[in-house]
Design a protein around this ligand. Structure first.
Ligand SMILES: [Zn+2]
Length: 663
């Protein structure tokens, strides 16, 4: 019973993350899309609702990513047994499949092995399968005509890429830290993409990697071939998006949609034919050597190794103890202590679990037109992506900030970075928002980089535009902490940098530990001082997050609304939160101090965690060695005794031999 409940909670969390982190896509859709969830009756009603919400959000996001308009109602089916799963899928679906999509029936089926056994994977399965639905709608092709490697490669790439872009790694820290044991699972699911790369590389080195044309044949073979087929499809498409950007993917789909054949479409999108691209891809697989940072590989290896050694030795100690039945109390005590340490390390996370990120559910009205200007050439697809994000965010924030933002927005992609000031440790400014002119100027550093990163930058800057406009109309001065706090908070899962959230958290902990937290009222000058800038951002974010968690989104919205026309934030807090601003700040501070423990500073640190495991393993080995040496001595002494004492007078029980050390 307890296990069932735990599974339901896990699933709920995972799906809440997906649902909460998805942008509202309804602003671009004409009628709300209906997603039905069938089967899965054993799940709580709320979980099923979350699955539907996550599926709808996935369809919206994937439509945006593919430049498609998938607006059909569809069904997510959760069959109760593996037999039923196989029956619905027909002969084409292998029993070990985790899910499949049937565009002709507007149907996505999730294997019971996943939704019952590994609920945290439901989010990924939904993404991959819904991607098939959206691609089918976009390309209007029979599934037979689109090569499998292209269909599967695009879907896996988009799904893994998206779950990364939505900040799953930072989610570990932000939301699931209370359930620290969960993070290992998430971590593993993330490194799934790395495993795909490794499998492909290994096959190439063995000479087993077929040509693209040959990959399709593998999908119908046995398990290891199917795995390779997926891995290679993913690797190829991932290589292309990584090297040519997401705009190229949208161009590719546009060309396919227009009826161009596969090779022509690739030529149009990537400037090279399929054969040449395939050659480049194979060359890149060989030359990279290490598929990802050597350090992280070593760290993963070390962690795995120490965990294995640790549990191996623990097991060995247990077996020895059982065999000898001796009261080797120091060994027992040590193993108890170690188990306690590990359980504590796994379970204790930051008690400040964040709330779901703000996204407005029903956006769509009053979204402004967006014009994108660039000082140097950019692809049309990139341009349309930028205006889609700005449009979407402005619509969503119009709802969240209770302010119809109707101004036409200009986004300027600057060619030179020297007009952006450097600000202390925070580095270069990524973009600047000018609410008075309704414009955003983006540094080449962020727009020439990863387009996913740009989404986060835009989300942040659009918040400044909408909030700035609201306060200008309301007549109240906009406090900097509220402006930056909300901008970071609403950009939440759109974080520019996956490490941003972790960095922010570490800055806060360090400030709490060194008693250098600044009062909210004195944050204003801190934003202008390079030394305190990072802390000012982190505190702004932390306080806004606290307000949202403590008072709920509704009341935070009311507070923002009130503050825009109040003489002071103190007055707005009294009216909207029903408490004095000073008291709220005091409670936040007390909670921060109460929550932050010295060991959290250490647990934040990956290097320390690796070290901790290594030391634990070393301790166990040392204990084991000491133990056996002690025993060997005891035996030696026993043997000396044998020479002097009558053999039969000595108990054969080791316990007594051990305790009765002869004089
Ligand atoms: Zn900002």
């Amino acid at each position: 019973m307890l296990r069932l409940r735990a599974v339901a909670i896990l699933m709920l969390l995972a799906l809440a993350l997906v649902a909460a982190s998805s942008p509202s896509s309804s602003s671009l859709a004409s009628s709300p899309q209906e997603v039905r969830v069938r089967g899965g009756e054993s799940l709580p009603k709320q979980t099923r609702e979350l699955i539907a919400a996550a599926a709808r959000a996935d369809a919206g996001e994937l439509s945006r990513r593919y430049g498609a308009a998938y607006n059909r109602d569809f069904t997510v089916y959760l069959p109760g047994t593996v037999e039923e799963f196989a029956r619905i899928g027909g002969a084409a679906t292998p029993a070990e499949a985790i899910g499949y999509a049937d565009p002709s029936r507007d149907l996505v089926v999730v294997s019971p092995a996943v939704w019952k056994g590994e609920p945290w994977r439901v989010g990924t399965v939904l993404l991959v399968e819904i991607s098939h639905l959206v691609l089918d709608e976009k390309l209007g092709l029979d599934r037979e005509e689109l090569p499998h490697w292209l269909d599967e490669g695009l879907s896996t790439d988009a799904a893994l890429d998206w779950s990364l872009a939505r900040g799953w790694p930072s989610l570990q820290r932000d939301r699931l830290t209370r359930y620290r044991f969960l993070t290992l699972t998430l971590w593993q699911s993330i490194s799934g993409s790395r495993q795909q790369e490794l499998a492909t590389r290994a096959a190439l080195r063995r000479g087993d990697l077929p040509s693209l044309a040959g990959i399709d044949g593998l999908f119908s073979k046995d398990t290891s071939d199917v795995r390779l087929a997926y891995a290679a499809s993913y690797s190829f498409m991932h290589y292309l998006t990584r090297s040519h950007g997401e705009g190229a993917r949208i161009r590719l789909l546009g060309a396919l949609e227009g009826g161009a054949d596969i090779d022509t479409s690739f030529r149009l999108a990537f400037g090279k034919g399929l054969a040449a691209l395939e050659k480049d891809w194979r060359a890149s697989l060989l030359e990279e050597g290490w598929p990802f940072g050597m350090l992280s590989t070593l760290a993963q290896l070390l962690v795995t190794l120490t965990v294995v050694v640790f549990f191996g030795v623990l097991l060995a100690l247990g077996v020895i103890r059982y065999r000898r039945r001796g009261p080797y109390s120091h060994a027992r005590r040590m193993s108890h202590l170690l188990i306690a340490i590990i359980v504590t390390a796994l379970l204790l996370g930051t008690p400040t679990a964040g709330a779901a990120t703000q996204t407005a559910g029903t956006a769509g009205r009053d979204a402004p037109p967006v014009s994108v200007k660039a000082e140097s050439e950019i692809p049309a697809a990139y341009r349309s992506r930028i205006s889609a994000v700005v449009f979407d965010r402005a619509a969503a924030l119009s709802v969240a900030y209770r302010h119809s933002y109707e101004r036409p927005v200009t986004v300027l992609l600057a060619a030179r970075s020297d007009r952006f000031p450097r600000v202390g440790a925070a580095g270069d400014v990524l973009a600047v928002a000018r609410p008075a002119e309704a414009s955003i100027v983006v540094s080449p550093k962020s727009w020439r980089g990863d387009p996913k990163g740009l989404d986060g930058v835009l989300a942040h800057e659009v918040s400044h535009l909408v909030l700035g406009d609201k306060f200008a109309q309301g007549g109240a001065p906009l406090p900097r902490w509220l402006d930056e706090g909300l901008a970071q908070y609403v950009a939440g899962t759109w974080d520019f940098d996956l490490d941003w959230a972790g960095q922010r958290e570490r800055t806060m902990r360090a400030a709490v530990a060194s008693r250098s937290l600044l009062p909210i009222s004195s944050l204003e000058p801190a934003f202008n001082d390079p030394d305190s800038l990072s802390l000012a951002y982190a505190e702004s974010y932390g306080f806004v997050q606290y307000l949202s968690v403590t008072f709920g989104r509704q009341r935070l919205e009311r507070f923002v609304d009130r503050a825009s026309s109040s003489p002071s934030v103190e007055e707005a807090a009294e009216a909207a939160l029903g408490r004095s601003f000073g008291d709220v700040e005091k409670e936040w501070r007390a909670q921060l101090i109460g929550d932050t423990q010295w060991w959290q500073l250490l647990l934040d640190d990956q290097t320390f965690l690796v070290l901790l495991w290594s030391v634990l393993a070393a301790l166990v080995v040392l204990g084991f060695l000491l133990n056996s040496r002690r025993k060997r001595r005891a035996y030696e002494r026993m043997e000396e005794d044998d020479a002097r004492w009558d053999y039969r007078e000595v108990s054969l029980d080791e316990r007594e031999a051990d305790d009765r050390v002869p004089e």
